[in-house]
Design a binder for this molecule. Structure first.
Ligand code: BG6
Length: 489
């Protein structure tokens, strides 16, 4: 396997919420895979911190089981789990009281390694933990904290959270995770845009008819109904993940690939977003699978709220008011319990200004598709002559930049978003993390949209289990003589 592992300095990573779901599913298996790739230096420590009364041996067993369950093929193929477990420690800690903090401070004392604190806990605890890190002398200038979404539920709460964290840490110590930024293809999007001459001259409203961003999921919300019913697709996905994708597609080329240069450009995009008109929003709620209501209940049953007005699907037509994009709509949609799990960004170019081929009545458009998951890859649709006799008949064919075919599939090391982002924290690179002003600007745009449908008492439209969302979402595009791309793997 070819992998260029860039070494990182020795570090201590403390995971608050070390026994929780995110730690077990993503953070710990991700660290183990980096360990197997040879990136974790000898002497590094991963310290689980949580309220449950475990000793280090018991915690190591929890970590072992988590990696066996969620580590995936790369973890299964690596037989260094026992070595990795030697790096693991555990402290019982109370985020809201002082219990356990002295033990943690003692553990961290006297080392000059990088210290990172991962807040894998409910946002309500962020302030308590930050305050106690400071109180116990753990918030020195080199320390980093990592916080997860949801980062607030509106502008007011996000501002308050930023203010609290800023009381104890500088902005360059705060890593706000949006795991979409750690996905391989999302980074490749920047490489394609800013590493090629080909696209940039065409990347504007003069040549681009419209852009689509789809994040379709097959999963429902069972198991996290309480959180989700208070959030909905707009807060859960659009304000963060889809907004970040939109920024990377729409932003101006930054002067350099450095954290603030990139984030400055993203911020300008968010600030140029127009308010969204009600008829440019379609909200939906999934129905039960017919005949299988028990296993696949409706959204309202899953969240145990028969009158819920929260959306599990949303489609929006977004406009960006700047020189580059005025006149080019961005259609974004995301939903749960859809036909396929598929995330894709599509740039649909305009028609040629004049058709010189009389035999050909078709409409041919170049379409650049950036496929995020499950199969990563980039395809550019181009028009060519259909081979053989019969005149100038034109067909569209894909120029495929799918990595697995262009590069040798076995040679690519697939790095999960969390692996990449955790290593970036240790390296001190904030490029793929959200800055406070970005998060606030995103809420500033989101809030009036949500307030609008709350004021109208808007009820989401039902959509079928395993479908492509409410029919109204399709009608929204058809009114403008456009079509959503088919949701496929
Ligand atoms: C999370 C959302 O941030 O992203 C979930 O809270 C969603 O609702 C998930 O399912 C999607 O992530 P991915 O990486 O599976 O596309």
């Amino acid at each position: 396997m070819v992998s260029r592992v860039i070494p990182v300095d020795t570090f201590d990573l403390v995971i608050f919420g070390g026994t929780g779901d995110l730690a077990r599913r993503k953070i710990l298996p991700g660290l183990f895979r980096r360990f197997c790739a040879g990136q974790i230096p000898a002497g590094a420590r991963v310290i689980g911190a949580a309220r449950s009364a475990h000793n280090t041996d018991e915690y190591r067993q929890i970590v072992r089981e988590a990696i066996e369950e969620f580590g995936g093929a790369r973890a299964d193929a690596c037989d260094h789990l026992d070595d990795f477990l030697q790096m693991i420690e555990y402290v019982v800690i109370d985020a809201r009281g002082d219990d356990g903090w002295k033990e943690l401070a003692d553990l961290m004392a006297g080392t000059d390694r990088i210290e990172a604190y991962y807040f894998s806990v409910a946002p309500a605890l962020f302030g308590d933990i930050a305050k106690r890190l400071k109180k116990w002398g753990l918030a020195d200038a080199g320390a980093r904290i990592v916080v997860e979404k949801p980062f607030g539920r509106d502008l007011t709460t996000a501002r308050a959270l930023n203010k609290t964290l800023a009381t104890y840490f500088n902005e360059d110590q705060i890593y706000r995770i949006d795991h979409y930024l750690g996905k391989e293809t999302v980074q490749n999007l920047m490489a394609v845009r800013f590493g090629n001459m080909l696209f940039e001259p065409l990347w504007n409203s003069q040549y681009v008819d419209h852009i689509q961003i789809t994040v379709a999921e097959t999963v429902g919300v069972a198991g996290r109904g309480d959180y989700y019913d208070n959030a909905g697709a707009m807060r859960d996905m659009v304000q963060n993940h889809l907004m970040q994708l939109l920024c990377l597609i729409a932003m101006e080329p930054p002067a350099r690939f450095s954290p603030d240069a990139v984030r400055d450009e993203k911020l300008k995009v968010i600030r140029a977003l127009e308010p969204v008109e009600p008829h440019h929003i379609v909200r939906g709620q999934y129905q039960a699978e017919p005949g299988n209501e028990e296993q696949h209940p409706s959204y309202r049953t899953a969240v145990e709220n028969p009158r819920s007005r929260t959306e599990s699907f949303i489609a929006l037509r977004i406009e960006i008011s700047n020189w580059r994009w005025a006149g080019t709509p961005f259609y974004v949609r995301t939903g749960k319990r859809l036909a396929e799990r598929s995330s894709e960004i599509t740039v649909v170019f305009k028609d040629t200004p004049h058709n010189i081929f009389e035999e050909d009545a078709g409409r041919h458009r170049n379409v650049l598709s950036i496929h995020l998951q499950p199969n990563e890859g980039i395809t550019l649709g181009v028009t060519i002559k259909e081979p053989g006799p019969g005149g100038m008949r034109l067909i569209d064919v894909p120029l495929d930049m799918t990595f697995a075919e262009t590069l040798d599939a076995d040679e690519i090391e697939h790095v999960d978003a969390y692996e990449r982002l955790i290593m970036d924290v240790i390296r001190g690179n904030q490029t793929l993390f959200m800055r406070c002003d970005e998060v606030e600007a995103a809420w500033e745009w989101t809030d009036p949209i949500i307030e609008g449908w709350e004021a109208r008492n808007d009820v989401p439209r039902p959509y079928d289990f395993g479908s492509t969302g409410p029919i109204a979402a399709h009608e929204m595009l058809r009114r403008e003589k456009r079509e959503w791309r088919q949701v496929t793997e």
